[in-house]
Design a protein around this ligand. Structure first.
Ligand code: SF4
Length: 435
């Protein structure tokens, strides 16, 4: 069969970093003459970019692989990502898997799949090395809906949070020089995309391998023609310096939207987690942002049910979050990962208590999110509209990440438009009116 007729499907689990990498792999295949299809369809090749942040994520990966094997018997199943790096043998032993590529080999996946297709080989292959040896950087950015691109600026992490398996899956903190990232930002701008989300594992740590800094990076990106706005996907509170905040405050492009991991609102649990800040620092960072930038959107990550977290500790976290009034909470039920220090910790929290605490913070999130939207009714924002059309409506996000709904108008797709916030829709979006 000619390769031009080969159909390739992609399936991504996990973070935005994985999405940016899959998008880059997909471009390599389509530029090579392959036809990209949905993973719900029959295909000749399935590329699965896995995640291993929780036990549930591993399970989803295995289920996806089995589904694709059943859907298209004989297809080339190529698996990469964190699960593939951490447990290559386990992945290779799943029936139908032909290729497993670890963190260092991800950038070679396209080349190796093409060779397998040409050789018609059926022997499973594992390409993976010790994570401590991984020092290359797979350059990546996404080109999904042509409105927003996720640009990978950094990979790996040198921190050793006691619950986290990511340093074992992605290796040490590293990045490519600013100059190369600017080239990528220019490519993104040339495609017509107006918004870039900076992604990485620990992006505040940017510059370690190139003698630069995160502040240098955002200063240079700010000057790229054609890109109208930037969001910082997630940044550790201890790396969110006054200089970074002040730069964002005066920049017309870096938006008043901050995603910051807290993980726990008690210093006792933060200590057990080996996080590099205490709750006072976290609170101080939010206060600093609020004093420099009016009405920012805060999204906060929190883990519930960490070993040793008592009902009292949880209540303290709840009250802390209630007081901070973020606009959104990303709630993660604690999940034990092999080869992390938490395996040996005592006072594990019962699954039913973890679920109850996650539900409780879920409700708090709903309340805070609604509160933030209501506070903004009557105000206005600059919205970048997307292409999705649903029931005659279109949607876009404002600077402050408010999801705005207006009647569909094709001319506004991928355009920035000023909108007045009128009221909340029944499903919780902001109903807007063009100004
Ligand atoms: S900062 Fe901590 S939680 Fe985040 S990737 Fe690094 S080790 Fe994991």
């Amino acid at each position: 069969m000619e390769k031009e007729s080969k159909r390739v499907a992609f399936y991504t689990l996990g973070c935005k970093l994985n999405f940016s990498e899959t998008s880059t792999l997909a471009r390599q295949f389509t530029e090579g003459g392959y036809q990209k299809v949905s993973h719900h369809e029959a295909a000749d090749i399935y590329v699965i970019n896995t995640c291993s942040v929780t036990e549930q994520a591993d399970k989803k990966c295995r289920q996806a692989i089995r589904k694709f094997v059943k859907q298209s018997p004989g297809a080339v199943i190529a698996v990469t990502g964190c699960y593939a790096q951490l447990k290559p043998e386990e992945v290779a032993n799943i029936d139908g898997v032909k290729l497993v590529m670890g963190a260092a080999e991800k950038g070679e996946l396209y080349k190796r799949v093409v060779e397998i297709v040409e050789e018609n080989s059926s022997i499973p292959e594992i390409h993976s090395c010790e994570i401590t040896q991984v020092d290359n950087f797979f350059k990546a950015y996404s080109m999904g809906d042509r409105t927003r691109s996720f640009l990978k600026v950094q990979d790996g992490c040198d921190y050793r949070c006691s619950y986290c398996t990511i340093p074992l899956a992605r290796g040490k903190s590293r990045n490519i020089p600013i100059e190369e990232l600017i080239k990528q930002a220019n490519e993104i701008a040339a495609s017509g995309i107006k918004e870039i989300v900076l992604t990485g594992v620990n992006i505040g740590d940017f510059g370690k391998t190139t003698g630069e800094s995160f502040l240098d990076l955002i200063r240079h990106l700010d000057a790229v023609d054609g890109i109208k706005r930037y969001r910082i996907s997630s940044i550790e509170p201890n790396l969110l310096t006054d200089e970074v905040i002040e730069f964002c405050a005066q920049s017309a492009k870096f938006l008043p939207h901050f995603h910051i991991p807290l993980q726990s609102g008690t210093n006792k649990i933060l200590g057990l987690m080996r996080r590099r800040y205490r709750r006072e620092i976290f609170e101080d960072r939010l206060a600093k942002i609020r004093s420099a930038i009016p009405n920012p959107f805060f999204g906060i990550d929190v883990i519930v049910g960490f070993p040793g977290e008592t009902e009292e500790d949880f209540r303290e976290t709840y009250q802390f979050l209630e007081r901070l009034e973020p606009a959104f909470l990303h709630v993660f039920p604690y999940s034990e990962r092999a080869n992390t220090p938490t395996v040996f910790m005592e006072d594990k929290v019962k699954d039913s208590d973890i679920t109850d605490r996650a539900n409780c913070l879920g409700l708090l999130c709903e309340k805070l999110h609604k509160q933030f939207y209501e506070k903004n009714v009557g105000g206005e924002g600059l919205v970048l509209f997307e292409s999705t059309k649903r029931n005659g409506k279109m949607y876009g996000f404002s600077e402050r990440y408010i999801k705005v709904e207006i009647p569909y108008n094709e001319k506004l797709v991928n355009q920035l438009a000023r909108v007045k916030y009128v009221s909340l829709s029944p499903d919780g979006h902001m109903i807007g009116e063009l100004i």
